[in-house]
Write a protein that binds this ligand. Structure first.
Ligand code: PLP
Length: 231
């Protein structure tokens, strides 16, 4: 029990302000979260709605909660009042529901689109075609209570660092392709003035592969076991 403070300081130094550290606290007690909070940390990630809402009630209100799991539409309402960033958005319907619940709470919710990049396993996310379609068809600028802030991806769980690197590199290339709507040929047909498509965040990298992710341009890493111990 307890957090690895040395590792935390090491990570902060290593990230050096170039990437946001989301401390993934799933399955860990509120005491552990508070320990990190008391060192000044504010970004925490959870992947179950019920666990997240319980922790949110018990913990300081200036924590920025990241939802990093697979979100079901019927549960959006529970996190909509407070969630800081939803990492795993992978459908038009989910976007619409988030927009609706955000409107009910008179706020704008930041979202990352989850892209499927892991060649070796089945993980959630949009493939390139689906991503393109979603950006094209979701009359995105009608969803005024969401901001599509970037992309998120999970690489294969593999010792093959080349494979992992290539998967991150691929996500980075998609990110670059859509991040500059004014100049991107990929975005012909997408209104560049769309104000709620503002790609800034590239969420990739976990305990085992964050170093590679950083080398490949990640600016947000989601790290659990290195900080909190294995689950
Ligand atoms: C659990 C989880 C993490 C953190 O995993 P660690 O290997 O413990 O760092 C990151 N991202 C997602 C989506 C997760 O579910």
């Amino acid at each position: 029990m307890g957090i690895n403070k040395e590792k935390y300081q090491e990570l902060i130094t290593e990230l050096n302000g170039k990437a946001t550290l989301v401390a993934v606290s799933k399955t860990k007690p509120v005491e552990d979260i508070l320990e990190l909070y008391n060192l000044g940390h504010r970004d925490f990630g959870e992947n179950y709605v019920q666990e997240l809402t319980q922790k949110q009630e018990q913990l300081p209100k200036d924590i920025r909660w990241h939802f990093i799991g697979h979100l079901q539409s019927n549960k959006v309402k529970y996190i909509a009042p407070f969630v800081h960033l939803i990492h795993g958005v992978d459908s038009n319907n989910l976007l619409k529901e988030i927009n609706k619940q955000a409107a009910k709470n008179s706020r704008v919710i930041d979202c990352l689109l989850q892209v499927y990049i892991a060649k070796e396993e089945t993980k959630f996310g949009l493939d390139e075609m689906e991503l393109h379609e979603l950006l094209q068809v979701t009359a995105i600028n009608e969803l005024t209570n969401i901001l599509i802030n970037g992309f998120m991806g999970m690489a294969s769980f593999s010792d093959n660092t080349n494979l992992v690197r290539n998967e991150f590199r691929y996500l980075r290339s998609l990110f670059d392709k859509y991040a500059e709507p004014q100049t991107s040929p990929a975005l012909v047909g997408i209104k560049p003035q769309t104000t709620n498509l503002k790609l800034q965040t590239l969420s990739m990298g976990m305990s085992a592969d964050y170093k590679i992710a950083l080398e490949e341009g990640s600016n947000m890493v989601r790290i659990g076991s290195l900080l909190f111990g294995s689950r």
